[in-house]
Design a protein around this ligand. Sequence first.
Ligand SMILES: C[S@@+](CC[C@H](N)C(=O)[O-])C[C@H]1O[C@@H](n2cnc3c(N)ncnc32)[C@H](O)[C@@H]1O
Length: 263
Amino acid sequence: MSVRNPRGPMREGEDVIIVDPKGEEKMLVLKAGKVHGTHKGNLSHDDIIGKADAGRAWTQMGAEYRYFRPTYIQYVMNQKRHAQIIYPKDTGPIMLWADIFPGASVVEAGIGWGALSVKLLETIGPDGTLVTYEIREDFAESGANTVTRFLGECPNHTVKVGDIYQGIAERDVDRIVLDLPEPWHVVPHAALSLAPGGIILVYLPSTMQVKQFVDAVDAHGGFTEAETFEVIHRPWHVKGMSVRPVQWMFSHSAFLVCCRKLS
Ligand SMILES: C[S@@+](CC[C@H](N)C(=O)[O-])C[C@H]1O[C@@H](n2cnc3c(N)ncnc32)[C@H](O)[C@@H]1O
C-alpha cells in the first residue's frame, strides 16, 4: 500500500509514524492484532487502525504517543537504508536549482535507496518522465521498491540497470540529476542527451570532485552558467525561555553544482 494514499482513516498495511513522549519517531506497518512494544508499555495497532490521521494513542501503561501518515521527510528519514541518501535539506534546493517542473523529462543516476527518485517523480507529475540509471541490479530493485511503496505504481518511471558513464540513450531531455562518484565521465553524454537550455545538476560530497566536474564542463565548452553551493540547515531549539540554535547540527552533506546546456 503506498504512503501517498487518499485521506481517510488509517488502514491496515499502511506505514505509520509513531512519535514517543520524547519526540523520537519510528515508522511501522499497521497490522491488525499487533502490538508495538515500548519501554513505556505496549501500543496496540488496533488503537490506530480505523482512526483519523494525526491522532493520539496510549500504551496500556498510560504513555501518550502520537501517530501520523508519513510525510516525504518522515518516510525517507525513518528507514533502514543500504545507500547514502540525499537528505531533505538538499532535496528541496535540487528541485529548484535543477528547475524540475511538471511534465519534465528527467534522467537520474544512480537510484541508491531511491529517496531522490521519489521527489523527482512527485515534482514532474504524471505528465513527466523519469529514467533512472543504476549500475547495481540489487539497488535498482530496492530503489524501485522505495518509489512504489511511497507513490504506488509509476508507469512514467523507468529504471535501467547500466553504467551511465558509458552513455545516455535518451535524447531531448530537460534535466539530468546525478548522485554518483565521478560525474565528469557523464559530461559528453549529457551534452548529447540534453535539449538546448537543459540543466545538469550534480551532488558531490568533496571539493576535489567539484573541481574535477567543473573542469570537465569548462573543457567541454557546451555548457554555461555553472553554479556551485552548499546548503546549511540550522535548526533552533524553542522551549520556554530557551530560544537558541540546537547544540549539535549536521554540518556537511554535499555540494550542488549545476549548469546549462548551450545550443
Ligand atoms: C549515493 S547513491 C544514490 C542515492 C540516491 N540519490 C538517494 O537519494 O537515495 C549512489 C548510487 O549510484 C550508483 N552508481 C554508481 N556509479 C554508477 C554508474 N556509473 N552508473 C549508474 N549508477 C551508478 C550506485 O550503485 C549507488 O546506488
